[in-house]
Design a protein around this ligand. Structure first.
Ligand SMILES: Nc1ncnc2c1ncn2[C@@H]1O[C@H](COP(=O)(O)OP(=O)(O)OP(=O)(O)O)[C@@H](O)[C@H]1O
Length: 774
């Protein structure tokens, strides 16, 4: 198979270099060359991506057929193009992921193959049907108890994959996708599919593999319309960025909500109070009012000079013009011509009254044509235009939003319902950049303002007219330069250029073809309708963010993955129905993932009481393995916290990644403990990530640090793939009773987390053992 892969790569490289060497030719030839360049480049990317772990599985079917499963499909060179390797996404490959001893689906034996640099380094096989000893044939590790209870397939391969030290980048799971996950990845549901699952259940992995699957299955449609993947922050996008390319897919747009508005990059996040206002649908009314406030009516009349006369633009005239513009229900910028024309008409009448009134009987001596001339001249007059435009200016979303947040007057006028604290939270100096929560507001404003592209359209129309005229000229020259001897006695049998092509068609051929991918074009186009939208950590999205996303997904074909127990955002989701029903009513489907592939059993046992405190109705996912490292707590004193964390960091194993997770305030104190392998991060930034070792510092400060503090702590505890340590000077919440205390000052008092969440954080820290016993 590798020989064939090399061959294919060689052919494609050769073709690509041939195409790249060609130059000149007709525009059509040029555009064909561009498409081939793209096609060959994509193929080479796919071949390169398949280099590692090209073939990872084999199915021996009951009827003697053998199927080999790999990252891409490869056919032999023979006349029948015999399949050598099946793409993991092909329907025939499916039993590799789904077959079990109970339901073997025609599979007699399944083989998992591990390779490194083209060498087989290990294999494991399972006999599924036929044999009386159906079950695993190979020996495997001691974690079979959990694995079996979770119903996993290909245990040995899976457990080997899960035990690998993390690199700080997510890898694909194509070799060990589990049945529950496979069903979601290949789901044929054409509406909104919600994937709910606890931490580590593979939601992100499943979402990305679904993107790859859909691109494979619906390539034609999705290559044109593109797939959008939304993640919570740039760190997370970096973390997942390699998964799709490793599956050979590059045409997917990864973005945060903050960066989804074209031309704007979110430069920060808001405080909780500002984020709450910006995330709520109530902000729409504020934005509408902010736009209306820009549609001015002068208190004092404005005088303009025109043709030596003074004309007055007054309140009454502007109120009428504004009423006309508003009642058209057009977006602000598109209603400007209406405003302008009502004011121009009124000014023309004013002028006509001054210059055209008969001194005899007071009647107007000007004809309709005279009036039309006056209106035309007024429209062309720079000063008149400038005054009218200043009253009803062309606006951009960026301008309206920065002006709104830069001025207390504007803000109070647009949002009379906000209290002083909220206004103070929203205000910021004018040239400040935009935040994550601003992107949906810019998008909303773009809808309210509209884009007046009539000038652009005029330019495009005249460009097209010129192009046709040029083409016509070219055809004339071609015909005119036909040999003279033919000219005299034109032979009707001889083909002339006109017989083959007309000017319109020739012009069209001169139009250069679009060579960017759908994802690249979509990134620059606010009105782009994506073929499929995937939202990760979807519980964090505010109602305004949902509104923005739904505009990008008019067909409502979406995969939404998240966990409502991990919601940290103030305006995030507590129930899927609340966020989705405004857009799709009840027409969304829920799929659940229940097995935890990341967090070992020992850590989940510690985290489970916390989940019960967040939402007693939720069951924690079952860990697929134990790590053999019981989670520990280290009690210390508040002034020794840095020292104690440093000691735990120093005792970390020599390989693998680690993170110190704490409140933002503590991050500043502990940052110097970070390094190549150790990140020091606030809990809010750690969503979706994972590390081999996790050190959580001052858990009750995390709980007390936000309204959703319990969820934040739950997220922090469940990031570890191997080891968890908790360092604390304040008391441990009672929910963390499962930790094994090591060294340091003994942890005596343990009030329940809900006491702390109820605002008793500091007091609880002082609590005595007797109080805790209560
Ligand atoms: N079938 C699988 N085979 C191998 N590894 C898997 C499998 N499923 C999940 N994993 C691994 O488990 C870890 C957790 O997966 P992932 O990050 O997708 O979970 P999640 O549900 O998104 O978690 P969270 O909600 O905590 O962000 C990852 O390292 C992932 O590669």
């Amino acid at each position: 198979m590798y020989t064939r892969l090399d061959q294919l790569r060689g052919y494609t490289r050769e073709r690509l270099s041939r195409v790249l060497l060609e130059s000149g030719g007709t525009p059509q030839a040029r555009s064909e060359r561009e498409s081939y360049t793209q096609l060959y480049t994509d193929d080479i990317v796919r071949y390169d991506a398949a280099e590692h772990g090209l073939c990872f599985g084999r199915l021996d079917m009951d009827d003697g057929e053998t199927r080999r499963i790999g990252r891409i499909g490869i056919r032999d060179e023979d006349d029948f193009a015999t399949p050598l390797l099946l793409d993991w996404r092909a329907p025939l490959a499916r039993p590799f992921y789904l077959a079990t001893a109970l339901s073997p689906d025609g599979v007699a034996r399944r083989l998992h193959l591990r390779t490194r640099n083209r060498r087989v380094t290990g294999l494991s096989d399972e006999h599924l049907s036929g044999a009386a000893d159906a079950g695993r044939a190979s020996a495997d590790g001691g974690a079979a108890r959990d694995a079996t209870s979770a119903g996993v397939a290909g245990e040995e391969a899976l457990l080997t994959a899960l035990e690998q030290a993390r690199t700080g980048r997510m890898s694909d799971i194509v070799e060990t996708i589990q049945g529950q996950q496979d069903t979601i990845i290949r789901s044929g549901h054409r509406g909104v599919l919600v994937v709910q699952g606890g931490p580590g259940t593979g939601k992100t992995a499943v979402a990305l593999h679904r993107a790859a699957f859909l691109l494979y299955t619906h390539r034609k449609q999705l290559a044109r319309s593109g797939v959008l993947v939304i993640g919570p922050n740039p760190t997370f996008l970096d973390y997942i960025a390699r998964v799709l390319p490793s599956l050979g897919e590059t045409g997917v747009l990864l973005s945060t909500i903050g960066d989804l508005y074209p031309g704007v990059t979110a430069e920060g996040t808001d405080g909780r109070a500002a984020a709450a206002v910006k995330g709520s649908l109530d902000v729409i009314a504020i934005l509408k009012k902010a736009v209306r406030d820009r549609q001015g009516v002068p208190d004092e009349p404005i005088t303009v000079r025109f043709d030596g006369y003074s004309l007055r633009i007054d309140k009454k005239m502007c109120t009428r013009a504004r009423g006309r513009a508003r009642s058209s229900r057009r977006p602000h910028n598109l209603a400007r011509p209406l405003f302008r024309s009502v004011v121009i008409d009124a000014l023309a009448d004013q002028l006509a009254e001054t210059i055209g009134t008969s001194v005899v009987d007071g009647s107007n001596l000007l004809s309709a044509a005279d009036l039309a001339d006056i209106r035309h001249d007024l429209r062309q007059d720079q000063e008149v235009r400038a005054e009218i435009d200043a009253l009803y200016p062309e606006l951009t979303p960026q301008q309206v939003l920065s002006d709104l947040f830069a001025s207390e007057d504007r803000l109070r006028s647009a949002a009379p319902g906000l209290d002083d604290d909220q206004v103070a939270a929203l205000l910021r100096p004018a040239p400040a950049g935009f935040s994550d929560a601003d992107a949906p507001l810019l998008d909303e404003l773009a809808e309210l303002l509209g884009v007046d592209d009539s000038a652009e359209q005029d330019r495009e129309r005249s460009r097209w007219r010129r192009q046709i005229a040029d083409a016509q000229g070219a055809l004339d020259i071609l015909t005119g330069s036909a040999p003279q001897d033919l000219e005299d006695e034109l032979d009707p049998e001889i083909l002339m250029a006109y017989d083959l092509i007309d000017a319109d068609e020739l012009a069209r051929r001169h139009d250069t073809a679009e060579s960017r991918t759908a994802a690249e074009r979509a990134a620059e186009d606010r009105t782009w309708a994506f073929g499929h939208v995937i939202v990760d950590e979807a519980q964090e999205l505010s109602p305004m963010a949902w509104r923005m996303l739904m505009r990008r997904s008019p067909n409502r074909w979406m995969t939404v993955v998240g966990d409502t127990a991990q919601t940290g955002a103030v305006d995030g989701a507590s129930a899927w129905d609340d966020v989705l029903s405004p857009y799709v009513a009840q027409r969304w489907r829920l799929a659940e993932l229940t097995v935890n592939y990341r967090t070992p059993g020992e850590i989940m046992a510690v985290a489970a009481p916390l989940l019960a405190a967040i939402d007693p109705a939720q069951t924690p996912p079952v860990s697929v393995r134990d790590s053999g490292h019981p989670p520990e707590s280290v009690a210390t004193e508040s002034e020794r916290i840095e020292e104690s964390v440093a000691e735990v960091v120093a005792a970390l194993p020599p390989v693998g990644t680690a993170a110190v997770l704490c409140t933002p305030e503590l991050v500043d104190r502990l940052r110097h403990l970070g390094g190549d392998r150790v990140d020091v991060m606030p809990v809010a930034d750690v969503k979706g990530l994972e590390f081999d070792s996790v050190i959580v510092v001052e858990p009750d400060a995390i709980i007390g640090g936000s309204e959703r503090g319990l969820a934040d702590l739950y997220v922090a505890l469940t990031r570890a793939t191997q080891r968890l340590s908790v360092v604390h000077s304040r008391v441990l919440p009672r929910e963390l009773a499962g930790l094994r205390a090591v060294g340091g000052v003994p942890a005596a008092a343990r009030p329940a987390a809900d006491d702390i969440a109820a605002g008793a954080g500091a007091a609880a820290a002082e609590a005595t053992a007797a109080e805790a016993a209560r």
